[in-house]
Design a protein around this ligand. Structure first.
Ligand SMILES: Cc1cn([C@H]2C[C@H](O)[C@@H](COP(=O)(O)OP(=O)(O)OP(=O)(O)O)O2)c(=O)[nH]c1=O
Length: 192
């Protein structure tokens, strides 16, 4: 079976590469708009599914292919924090995350020509109080722009995280313990 990763995210590519399994990355771009009143859990699962489907459609020979895709969202109570598009928005996001917890959800989908499996994993992340002078400093690091919630736990954003409950790699973009199990069930073994 040939493994494909339908993702432009460098973090996802690095995480999957750690397994040492050969795979090909596909640059999928889909419409990521959320439907009116679509629950967050349904939205993130639909995004993962649509990315995997779009990935399979890019292949000349989809038979024998296994396409992995994922989507990550940051939920602060009822609000979804997307990728910040400006310095102001990024600063507002960081202030809103300060001194409290939020939930990072990643859904991943594994798709073959015949079937699809979608799984969602949640991690609770606690932020310490973010100082006002750190808000401008963090923007200048350039880390916020391409990340849901406007921070990267794996980078300098980790300086704001006091603790987490749940999977760390889930926050980075791919819950590896669950992905490994799902790949195994699909017939791909990465050790032994
Ligand atoms: C919260 C958080 C998010 N992120 C990233 C993971 C994802 O790449 C991104 C969420 O956006 P996504 O839309 O899930 O993914 P993407 O657009 O980067 O890539 P693709 O759709 O092609 O797979 O935010 C971190 O890297 N670290 C973090 O701590």
């Amino acid at each position: 079976m040939n493994l494909f990763l339908a993702s432009t995210s460098p973090r996802r590519r690095e995480l999957l590469a750690q397994l040492g399994l050969p795979f090909t990355a596909l640059d999928v771009v889909i419409d990521e708009s959320r439907r009116t009143q679509e629950p967050v859990a349904s939205y993130v699962e639909r995004m993962a599914k649509e990315k995997a489907e779009a990935g399979l459609q890019m292949l000349d020979d989809p038979a024998g292919a296994l396409v992995l895709a994922a989507d990550t969202v940051v939920a602060l109570e009822d609000e979804l924090l997307e990728k910040p598009v400006s310095r102001e928005q990024a600063g507002a996001m960081l202030r809103s995350l300060s001194g409290r917890s939020h939930v990072v959800m990643t859904a991943f989908a594994l798709k073959t020509a015949g079937c699809i499996r979608v799984q969602r994993v949640s991690t609770t992340v606690f932020f310490r109080n973010v100082l006002e002078r750190e808000v401008g400093w963090y923007w200048e690091t350039g880390e916020q722009q391409d990340k849901a919630g406007g921070y990267g736990i794996q980078g300098r954003g980790g300086l704001f995280v006091s603790s987490i409950v749940g999977s760390y790699t889930n926050v980075v973009g791919l819950p590896m313990a669950e992905v490994v199990m799902a790949l195994r069930e699909a017939g791909l073994e990465f050790v032994g």
